[in-house]
Design a protein around this ligand. Structure first.
Ligand SMILES: [Fe+2]
Ligand SMILES: [Fe+2]
Length: 360
């Protein structure tokens, strides 16, 4: 064979091999399995759901307005204008608690920049409420012993108190119970809701209720225990309900829109089915479902109300049976009892915050 021919054969073989390998590459690309994505969460009502149940739950004589409120009644405006913005540390910590790479060193470093906050936490942690055998003298150890959520709840309480928002015993207990249940449900439901966000929402969802109680006239015979009726009474008396006002406040405090939105709409699940609320608030429907169920469960735990209150669709959405017992599971009731006990001891019999408590 001539040298020229051999060269051509070699060239043809190389071209052939290149073509085959390119073809294999193209084919393997086509057949490659799709990249794994977290399964999307759809709001669906399955065929076995009893639509009649939803109809009766939401067949109500009064409902709040869904439209965004354009103006705040002047008397309420005056009250909230007198309140300073809440510390941005809350939003910062909320985001850090959502981070899977969270570590106690970073969190304690952030907290210790504020001397007042640090001594507030240490004083609380070493108070007889917790009954710790050894004295805790730094924030790092406090986080390790009590956990991020508990320390963060104390931070939120201190920050609210600094701008003059001091909850009554019932409100303190309710916020801490709701927050604890919400953090538990965020983990247990696995629907992709960050725990830090739920702890924040649990603590702050009723913040405007505390403001209304502290600074606005109360109805002659008090407010109803029924949360829907209470909302109607507030709207009638003040021209705005505590959830809507809380959402407006959070926005003024420059909290993230998702948090402000969820605070403002936290009672919607008591008035409209999941599908309808999800259409209006698709970005916070998971947070709203967990928050409203935690709110109801906390009220059941403290015996303010009895029953599931909102449609079964919300319970199913967070993968729970529509029963309060499926929410108040034994694994959290010990924590809830402890919170109730701390609230009772901390506020004494009168229910009002003890003057100078945690501050001496
Ligand atoms: Fe509320
Ligand atoms: Fe609440």
């Amino acid at each position: 064979m001539e040298t020229g021919q051999t060269v051509w054969i070699i060239i043809y073989v190389i071209i052939g091999l290149a073509a085959v390998s390119a073809l294999v590459k193209i084919l393997s690309k086509k057949t490659a399995p799709p990249r794994k994505k977290a399964p999307a969460q759809y709001v669906s009502i399955s065929a076995q759901d009893n639509l009649d149940t939803f109809a009766t739950v939401y067949d109500l004589g009064w409902k709040p307005k869904k439209e965004l409120l354009t103006g705040i009644p002047p008397e309420v405006e005056k009250v909230i204008n007198s309140i300073d913005s809440i510390s941005p540390l809350i939003t910062d910590l909320s985001a850090r608690l959502n981070d899977p790479d969270i570590n106690p060193k970073d969190i304690s470093r952030l907290i210790i920049t504020d001397q007042g906050l640090t001594s507030f936490i240490l004083k609380r942690v070493n108070s007889p409420y917790y009954g710790l055998v050894q004295k805790v003298d730094n924030i790092f150890n406090a986080i390790v012993i009590l956990g991020y959520n508990e320390i963060y709840r104390i931070v939120m309480e201190e920050r609210a108190s600094r701008i003059g928002i001091k909850p009554s015993r019932e409100e303190w207990i309710h916020a801490n119970l709701t927050s604890t249940i919400a953090a538990y449900l965020a983990g247990a439901s696995r629907i992709g809701v960050p725990g830090g966000t739920m702890v924040t929402l649990g603590m702050l969802h009723d913040i405007a209720r505390t403001i209304m109680l502290q600074s606005l006239p109360q109805p002659e015979n008090g407010f109803s225990h029924d949360p829907r009726e209470r909302l109607r009474q507030e709207t009638e008396l003040y021209g705005i309900d505590h959830a809507t006002l809380g959402g407006i406040l959070a926005r003024r405090w420059q909290m993230p829109e998702r948090l402000s939105n969820a605070i403002g709409r936290h009672h919607w699940p008591m008035f409209w089915p999941l599908r309808e609320v999800a259409q209006a608030s698709p970005d916070v429907i998971k947070e709203l479902a967990i928050l409203s169920i935690s709110d109801i469960a906390a009220k059941n735990f403290s015996q303010d109300i009895t029953g599931t209150y909102i449609g079964d669709d919300y319970y199913r959405f967070i993968k729970k049976q529509p029963k309060i017992e499926s929410i108040l599971m034994p694994e959290i009731t010990r924590d809830l009892k402890r919170i109730r006990h701390i609230g009772e001891v901390k506020h004494g019999e009168s229910g009002a915050p003890r003057e100078g408590s945690d501050r001496e």
